[in-house]
Design a protein. Structure first.
Length: 613
């Protein structure tokens, strides 16, 4: 279910009316992914919560008093208690109605103004405290610099809003070409709702299906079945409450269960049940989900919790190492500059007086000033600088390679986090730990003595790494890139296999180990390979053997790659694809890490398509 920009707009209007000029009495962390506030406004206490969990991200008012669930204080919670608790909420804003970002403006009687930014964006959700200068004071999730990172979200850095969607807005923006561009959408081939998700900003898949129903009477109708007038009218109906405030929040009820929510009267699934507010609809929907989760507890919750804790500590350790080498890395040209100064200092040492504080050397195009250390002779200072030059040169050679290794570990741990979320049984959970041990990111579990009585079941099984279909486990070296070492044999989850309407088999890996298997064992050179861009997730192959692939087959495979990735639930996920022959193992990389050449991209909703399994 999608907490989209329109849902946030309804919440924004509700908060503006309910919390206007309220005072924050409590700041609470119900869990590690949520921030809650008790706000006294209009003679009533209100409970506001922002949830950043990828699968249920949202912001809403709740009827029950919030309880603290995280005992350990965090840097963000400490700053919120200082700058936000006791402050007045002076403004609630959604700066861009097509983006899922909410800004709360506070004024504290002692510490002045701050801004709390709630980015409710699925996997990329975050909570950031920003000072009046626009710099980040702290955030719930720090985003470190890297090749695939669009924004750095770190304390001390200037806050930069998410990049605006380069799409057509859902309402007339006043441009002379707006309706001409809108009409082009009705001439495209394919289902209308998919085209709307791809081409219009702020449109979620569920909202796009509602628009398709309102324009044609069918959810999956082709775009060519509607007219630009009907499309513009449907968009106006859904988005006009931005100006009028006439929201229609409610729930979708099917077979006695709530299966969705919306800020408008929906027709695409079940019966629409109106609610008094958007927050009420959200509270009832997510309360039901919580009850259902309680009825079906995770049988491996203990093992999963241990792995989650180990994974989190490994991620923190790697990030600390990245920060440390960033602080140690010399500035470009620093070693050469120091060498020049040391050489001149040594060459002119005999001309330096005892009480001299600096040496000025005329280099022709410029003058070089060298500061002198009064506690050392010029020769001693020069010798010390030559030693420092050697250290700087070693650092300049070593640090980039070390950074590359650490960034590979960051990406691998992100994949392990994804694997852990997807794991549904004990062998899959054990595989996560085994892969992290093999990558030296966890201490190895000591082997049990063979003489120890193990009972009837014997030792715990070990997960087999490769050769699921063939029973073979490669442990040799191919070129310069080592194949991951052989691991103990143990049961594995079968690969996911689907059949496209074109008749090609589509194979999906659901872990780093399965990704390695399908890419380097199952796929042939001319098969098409796909992966979500910039996110951990599944390797997907279309076993086409170089034959032409129809757009519908490509789109279905891309949706699988997006769905089985960290982008799941995103309305517009970018997926890369290329023939398998352009994929190679990343030098020195971990299981499933690859280098991609000559890639192309496709943008699809990250939701499960309809397949013949």
């Amino acid at each position: 279910m999608h907490f989209d920009a329109l849902t946030l707009a309804a919440i924004t209007a509700e908060l503006q009316q309910t919390l206007d000029n309220g005072r924050v009495q409590q700041v609470i962390m119900p869990d590690a992914t949520s921030i809650g506030f008790e706000i006294y406004a209009h003679h009533h206490r209100h409970n506001l919560v922002a949830v950043t969990d990828a699968k249920q991200s949202r912001v809403q008012l709740v009827s029950q008093k919030l309880r603290r669930g995280v005992e350990q204080t965090t840097p963000l919670s400490l700053l919120l208690r200082k700058y936000v608790r006791g402050a007045q909420l002076v403004a609630v804003r959604q700066p861009d109605p097509i983006e899922r970002a909410l800004h709360l403006h506070f004024d504290h009687p002692e510490h002045g103004t701050t801004q709390l930014i709630l980015e409710i964006m699925g996997q990329r959700s975050n909570v950031l405290l920003v000072n009046p200068a626009g710099n980040i004071m702290e955030c719930l999730r720090r985003v470190w610099p890297g090749e695939r990172v669009q924004r750095e979200l770190l304390p001390g850095r200037r806050y930069v809003a998410p990049p605006r969607q380069a799409k057509l807005p859902p309402l007339d923006d006043g441009s002379s070409e707006y309706y001409a561009k809108l009409e082009l959408l009705t001439q495209m081939a394919g289902p209308l709702w998919r085209i709307l998700v791809d081409q219009l900003a702020g449109i979620s898949p569920s909202q796009a299906r509602e628009i398709a129903w309102r324009t044609t009477g069918e959810i999956d109708s082709p775009a060519q079945a509607t007219t630009v007038l009907a499309l513009a009218q449907a968009l106006q109906e859904l988005w006009s409450p931005l100006a009028s405030g006439a929201w229609q929040p409610g729930l979708w009820q099917e077979d006695g269960r709530f299966v969705g929510f919306s800020a408008y009267a929906a027709h695409i699934r079940g019966e629409f049940v109106p609610c008094d507010s958007m927050s009420q609809a959200l509270e009832r929907y997510f309360a039901q989900r919580a009850d259902e989760a309680t009825d079906q507890p995770d049988a491996y919750a203990g093992m999963r919790a241990i792995l989650e804790d180990q994974l989190r500590h490994a991620q923190q350790r790697v990030q600390r190492q990245l920060s440390a080498i960033a602080a140690d890395e010399p500035a470009p040209g620093a070693a050469e500059q120091l060498r020049v100064e040391a050489e001149w200092l040594l060459a002119l040492s005999s001309q330096i007086a005892e009480d001299q504080t600096s040496l000025v050397v005329d280099l022709g195009d410029r003058q070089l000033e060298i500061l002198l250390d009064p506690t050392q002779t010029p020769v001693e200072q020069a010798e010390q600088w030559f030693k420092r030059v050697a250290k700087l040169e070693r650092a300049a050679a070593i640090i980039p390679e070390r950074r590359k290794q650490l960034e590979a570990e960051v990406a691998f741990l992100a994949q392990m986090e994804q694997d852990l979320q997807e794991a549904t049984n004990q062998p899959e959970l054990l595989t996560v730990r085994e892969e992290m041990e093999a990558a030296a990111l966890l201490p190895r579990t000591p082997a049990k003595p063979t003489t120890k009585f193990m009972g009837k079941s014997g030792d715990r099984p070990h997960t087999r790494s490769f050769g699921q279909a063939t029973g073979k486990t490669p442990n040799k070296t191919v070129g310069k890139n080592p194949v991951p070492p052989k691991r103990a044999k143990q049961p594995e989850t079968r690969l996911l296999r689907y059949l496209s309407p074109q008749g090609f088999e589509i194979v999906v890996g659901r872990s780093a180990r399965q990704n390695e298997q399908i890419t380097f064992e199952v796929a042939k050179a001319e098969d098409l390979w796909l992966h979500a861009r910039g996110a951990p997730g599944a390797h997907v192959i279309i076993r086409n053997g170089g034959q032409p692939i129809q757009p519908e087959t490509l789109r279905m495979a891309a949706q699988l790659a997006a769905f089985y990735s960290k982008l799941r639930g995103e309305k517009a996920a970018t997926v890369i694809f290329t023939p398998r022959r352009f994929i190679s193992r990343a030098p020195g990389g971990h299981t499933g890490q690859v280098l991609v050449r000559q890639e192309e991209t496709i943008t699809v909703p990250a939701e499960l398509p309809t397949f013949d399994a």
